[in-house]
Write a protein that binds this ligand. Structure first.
Ligand code: ADP
Length: 440
């Protein structure tokens, strides 16, 4: 193999051989014939090397190149080295690919590589076990043709642009639950990941059933207790020392009743489907009724409640669920703001949908509490808030109601300035009716 610069040798060789021969031809009066001979020889030399190169390449160019000198040696050398480098790179890439595939094979989750048209490019063994897919038979098949669960198909339609996850029953075993996620990577490719969440699902169902059952079971003894307390209150009306204890008993049993009711509402929202088909709800009329109830709750505190509702703007959904969500927000504004405070409720549409805001000028909520407010039993000040009669479940109920209507809750607050709770609803469940026909 040759790696030195051959140019000096080529020029020296040409001069050393060509010039004496040309001079000899000239002295013999055959100058042009000698030049023609020299050019012919050069042509022959180049052609023979070209043939060598062609034969070497035809054999794959992997063996050592022929031992030739000059420019041709340099060309062979370059080609050979380039070929070696390329093979080395391909080998390394193959190793990487194998390593990635080994790790994907060893994953406890199902992994399916999909192209931009959601057709299968590769899958691991867990995908065969969990999803019933076969490799290589299913290569090139559209994943939604093989996994036909409607929730999965809807998820795949939207997941390419909006990341998220979906849990559906396994296509193989009805009692197995699988969680799917779609992860975009590389150049318009997707990784579909699926994991067995049966265990988590069962725990979740157990938790929900437990809460629903306990709440339900507590209802009857509480009703009895409440009845007895009322009777006692009447009987002991003329004994103030005992009446005070009975009054305490009544307050606490009322609190327990509220708690049980809220727990039952929450578990119904989590498990049950809405009762009956969705209706068009006249939110403005609902807010007027809630205003009356809020004024009763405020009583002597005389909060100033203002309703600004866009006329005829309706929302499609479950009326009692929506009322419970809006009531929670308005009643909270009364509970957590000082007497006489202004509370504004706005209901209006915008290009994205419709929004209901409850704005108060109360003490506000510190920033670090905001993301936890919708957790069950989360209170900013446990002792103080409990004394105000809250169950700690109100905002959890609001969050669930909104989720069931495709909406979500936004909370803005500034300490010392007030709080704004905004329920956002998608455009698809809103409509504006002319005022005279605003009723269904
Ligand atoms: P509760 O039933 O105890 O009112 P919620 O889930 O409705 O529970 O509210 C959770 C907590 O959020 C409350 O305990 C209170 O600390 C805080 N909160 C709710 N609304 C307001 C508000 N308008 N102003 C200040 N704090 C509020």
């Amino acid at each position: 193999m040759q790696s030195r610069n051959p140019w000096p040798g080529v020029i020296a060789g040409t001069l050393l051989v060509g010039v004496p021969i040309a001079l000899l031809g000239w002295s013999m009066g055959q100058f042009w014939a000698t030049i023609a001979f020299l050019l012919g020889a050069a042509l022959f030399w180049n052609l023979s090397h070209l043939l060598l190169l062609e034969r070497w390449l035809r054999q794959g160019g992997r063996s050592e190149p022929p031992d030739v000198r000059g420019l041709w040696g340099l060309a062979f050398d370059h080609l050979y080295r380039r070929r070696r480098r390329h093979e080395h790179r391909v080998h390394r890439l193959r190793q990487y690919l194998e390593r990635y595939r080994d790790s994907a094979r060893a994953m406890p989750d199902a992994v399916v590589v999909l192209n931009d048209d959601l057709r299968i490019e590769w899958l691991n063994e867990m995908a065969t076990q969990l999803l019933g897919l076969n490799w290589p038979e299913d290569e090139g098949q559209r994943i939604t043709h093989l996994l036909r669960n409607p929730a999965f198909i809807t998820f795949m339609e939207s997941a390419r642009t909006t990341p998220g996850s979906v849990t559906t029953p396994s296509p193989i075993y009805d009692d197995q639950q699988l969680e799917f996620r779609l992860v975009p990577y590389g150049d318009a490719q997707f990784l579909l990941l699926a994991r067995d969440t049966t265990h988590l699902h069962r725990l979740e169902v157990m938790r929900r059933d437990f809460i629903a059952n306990v709440s339900h079971e507590l209802r009857t003894p509480l009703t009895v207790l409440y009845g007895v307390v009322e009777t006692l209150e009447d009987e002991l009306a003329d004994q103030p020392d005992k009446a005070r204890s009975v009054q305490l008993l009544r307050e606490q049993s009322e609190r327990m009743k509220l708690l049980v009711d809220d727990l039952l509402t929450l578990s119904r929202l989590e498990t049950g489907s809405p009762q009956g088909p969705p209706q068009w709800v006249d939110v403005g009329a609902m807010l007027d009724t809630l205003k009356g109830e809020a004024e009763l709750l405020s009583g002597d505190q005389r909060h100033r409640i203002e309703i600004h509702a866009q006329h005829g703007l309706q929302l499609q959904g479950t009326e009692n669920e929506l009322r419970s969500a809006f009531a929670n927000l308005i009643f909270n504004a009364i509970k957590y703001t000082p007497a006489g405070t202004r509370i504004e409720v706005r209901w209006k549409s915008d290009p994205d949908g419709a929004r209901l805001s409850v704005i108060d000028e109360g003490p506000g909520i510190a920033r670090h509490h905001l993301h936890r407010l919708t957790e069950r039993f989360y209170r900013v000040d446990a002792g103080r808030d409990q004394r105000r009669g809250g169950t700690g479940l109100g905002l959890a109920i609001v969050k669930h109601v909104l989720a069931r209507h495709g909406g979500h809750l936004e909370i803005d607050s500034q300490l010392g300035r007030g709080t704004r709770f905004t329920c956002l609803f998608p455009l698809t469940i809103t409509r504006t009716q002319p005022i005279e026909s605003a009723k269904n």
